[in-house]
Ligand binder design. Structure first.
Ligand SMILES: [Zn+2]
Length: 87
């Protein structure tokens, strides 16, 4: 429920910033669509358009393969903002 509140406004953030291509190395773009446990947020919560959601999905899966994003997060290791560790 807390996650739902974060995404109250429903618009595509990538369309708003006029993103044409989502790079898997650009974690600042990817984190709009990642939950706090690094899961890909569904479109109905983020409000992304279909075109960008597909790009995000591919990019996140690539980022996982290159170990930029973990596949799973342990229940004990849940952090409020995991991107603080990366930066
Ligand atoms: Zn879009």
């Amino acid at each position: 429920m807390a996650e739902r509140r974060k995404f109250k406004k429903r618009y595509c953030r990538y369309c708003e910033q006029k993103v044409e291509f989502i790079d898997y190395k650009d974690l600042n773009l990817l984190k709009f669509s990642l939950s706090e446990r690094f899961k890909i947020m569904p479109r109905r919560l983020t409000g992304n358009c279909k075109r960008h959601q597909e790009m995000v999905t591919v990019a996140i899966k690539r980022a996982r393969q290159t170990a930029l994003i973990p596949y799973i997060v342990d229940r004990k290791n849940v952090i409020d903002n995991p991107f603080d560790l990366i930066r």
